[in-house]
Design a binder for this molecule. Structure first.
Ligand SMILES: O=P(O)(O)O[C@H]1O[C@H](CO)[C@@H](O)[C@H]1O
Ligand SMILES: O=c1cc[nH]c(=O)[nH]1
Length: 235
């Protein structure tokens, strides 16, 4: 057991999918994995391990925001030896070229969080995806004819406080979308020399206020889960 995870040694796979919503973790395990075993229910943050196409895969909820995901991925890496971490999240488009329902593969993540200034004093660290995972996921998403965007995202501590002017400035610098965890994932993966990728379904557009319907969301999340699972078995 670690502080926030009830798994015993050997119960977590080397490759873990990471949705923010713990119920999404439960859904993925029960829908896509053979013989799923729930290893964590502490704080309702479900974690499961099962088999996909012959390979052990885990799926672990992370909660929302950098502090929450930081706790889970630190314990997954340090206590359970996880080597590949693939976030499967949602995000809001801030860019004219990025439509709702697109799949974003986040090459890098800027942030307004102060965590990395504390971690790396005097440095503006550039949290970056693992290239091997990124190119594998890109190839798989292309084969599945998904509408893919590859680029930089913005990881925000705020869901509500940013203004239109803030979002416009981010878009001017070619940030495609906002979400709340990727910068922490990439930073902590880099610290431990393990591989990480964040893939994000665009659930809404910050400027147009367009949102995907629940049926569209189900389909788009399904498409993203398949890309994530295929990527997971390819590493
Ligand atoms: O859908 P998830 O993975 O939770 O990701 C996004 O949704 C949450 C906000 O609603 C934040 O966690 C944000 O990053
Ligand atoms: O963090 C998020 C996630 C989805 N949509 C947003 O606008 N922000």
């Amino acid at each position: 057991m670690s502080f926030h995870l009830a798994a015993k040694q050997g119960e977590v796979a080397e490759t873990v999918l990471l949705p923010g919503d713990p119920l999404r973790a439960k859904y993925i395990a029960e829908t896509y994995l053979e013989n799923p075993v729930c290893y964590n229910q502490v704080r309702g943050m479900f974690g499961y391990t099962g088999v996909y196409k012959g390979k052990q895969i885990s799926v672990q909820g992370t909660g929302m925001g950098m502090p929450s995901i930081s706790i889970y991925i630190t314990e997954l890496i340090e206590e359970y030896g996880v080597k590949h971490l693939i976030r499967i999240g949602t995000c809001g488009s801030i860019h004219p070229h990025v439509k709702v329902m697109d799949l974003i593969l986040a090459m890098s993540a800027s942030t307004n969080s102060g965590m990395n200034h504390k971690r790396l004093p005097g440095i503006d660290f550039a949290p970056t995806a693992d290239f091997d995972l990124l190119q594998k996921a890109y190839k798989i998403a292309l084969e599945k004819k998904q509408s893919i965007q590859v680029g930089s995202v913005f990881t925000s501590d705020f869901f509500y406080e940013l203004s239109s002017a803030d979002y416009k400035l981010l878009a001017k610098y070619q940030m495609l979308a906002v979400e709340m965890e990727t910068a922490a994932l990439y930073t902590i993966a880099a610290k431990h020399g393990v591989k990480a990728l964040s893939m994000l379904t665009v659930s809404d557009h910050v400027f147009t206020k367009e949102m995907i319907s629940s049926e569209q969301k189900e389909k788009m999340l399904h498409d993203m889960f398949e890309v994530a699972l295929e990527t997971a078995v390819s590493v």
